[in-house]
Design a protein around this ligand. Structure first.
Ligand SMILES: *Cc1c(COP(=O)(O)O)cnc(C)c1O
Length: 366
């Protein structure tokens, strides 16, 4: 097998993590500086872990500017479990349907799960146009008394990202931000719930961050829920309702520290992410169609750049040659084919510049 380079990991998920974080993780696996024990053997009932959870929550509060009305939960089961938990909790005894926007692969999954739990309405679907663009405001006719609106801020597979807020303030907004959480500043106080698993932008798989405004659960009868599926249990237990993934949460803490202290917050992170995306999209746009971007220009994702080459043979060739040069994670999602370069927070501008140089060389020699 050819040797891949960790700094050139463009995988759609699990995503690349900053090198300084990996170095701290390496040390923590042997012995945490604070406790002398390996992080893998640390008790979830220890004072050390309580402090990790508290600092992690506080860092997310600071980064997003959350006020005291929000809970920050660290849950398991990935974003997929949230696809079910949200409608299970919020569609009980509702007459009006919840609104869902079908903008791509992952929102499609969320709709599939929600339909099993109650009434929902698909406000808009990009299926007929192959999920190559997002809706304009005039195409979105929301249900006035919906229990909530659900959408995915960044469609990871297709490389489509909403660059504006959707919905009305009178209907609770719920957003799956799994693939662009903490990549840019957001108007967090406009959302009733935001969720994101860690493994795209924040850490290893195993932990899912849920930010929830305290009024979302008001008046919801959840007594009959299985314990693990009741948000209230997790709120009451401070994300320690059963054994949490201590290691994954610790890595997320390190990433939030990196965002705050090394990067300097989400405004700065967003600037870097914009530069990375511009560099890569310029390469596509300057290629005379050799590299054909998938997403409509206005809806291009700053996190996932999906594109095609003229033939499957050429795509196979570039994947092969790029791997020989140390690049990885560039093949498109199994549902769409083509190529995809994921440029999450942990991936540097330098790595993007190396990819662009490689792509330009490949085009010249093709
Ligand atoms: C990857 C992804 C998911 C799937 O998350 P799991 O943690 O595997 O359940 C859901 N939503 C979005 C937007 C994703 O990118």
């Amino acid at each position: 097998m050819t040797k891949l380079r960790n700094d050139l990991n463009f995988s759609g998920g699990p995503g690349a993590l900053p090198e300084t974080v990996l170095q701290q993780v390496q040390q923590a696996i042997l012995a945490l500086p604070e406790t002398g024990l390996s992080v893998l053997g640390m008790s979830h009932r220890s004072d050390w872990f309580a402090a990790v959870v508290e600092e992690c929550e506080n860092n997310i509060r600071t980064l997003l500017g959350l006020d005291k009305h929000y809970h920050v939960l660290l849950l398991q089961g990935g974003a997929t479990q949230q696809f079910s938990m949200i409608p299970m909790t919020l569609l009980q005894n509702q007459t009006a349907p919840a609104d869902y926007i079908h903008s791509g692969y992952w929102s499609g999954k969320s709709i599939h799960e929600a339909q099993k739990e109650g009434g929902i309405r698909t406000v808009w679907s990009g299926a007929s146009s192959g999920f190559t663009h997002l809706p304009s405001d005039s195409e979105l006719n929301f249900t006035a008394n919906a229990p909530y609106l659900h959408y995915v801020s960044n469609e990871t597979v297709e490389g489509l990202q909403f660059h504006r807020l959707l919905g009305h303030d009178r209907v609770p907004r719920i957003c799956d931000m799994s693939s662009d959480f903490l990549s840019r500043p957001i108007e967090a106080d406009k959302f009733s719930m935001i969720y994101a698993h860690a493994q795209k932008n924040m850490g290893p798989a195993g932990v899912t961050i849920v930010v929830m405004r305290d009024d979302l659960l008001e008046g919801i009868p959840t007594q009959h829920f299985a314990g693990m599926f009741d948000y209230r249990n997790h709120i009451q237990a401070h994300s320690n309702f059963n054994t949490p993934p201590v290691f994954a949460i610790y890595v997320v803490l390190l990433v939030t520290r990196w965002l705050l202290n090394d990067i300097g917050g989400l405004e700065k992170m967003a600037l870097i992410n914009q530069q990375k995306a511009e560099t890569l999209y310029r390469c596509l746009d300057d290629s005379n169609g050799f590299y054909a971007g998938r997403a409509a220009t206005a809806d291009r994702s700053l996190m996932n750049v999906s594109f095609k080459l003229a033939t499957p043979a050429l795509e196979k060739k570039i994947l092969h040659e790029s791997a020989q040069a140390g690049f990885s994670g560039l093949s498109g999602h199994r549902s769409t084919g083509g190529l995809r370069a994921s440029i999450y927070n942990g991936l540097t501008l330098g790595a993007v510049e190396q990819l662009v140089a490689f792509m330009q060389r490949f085009q010249k020699n093709a």
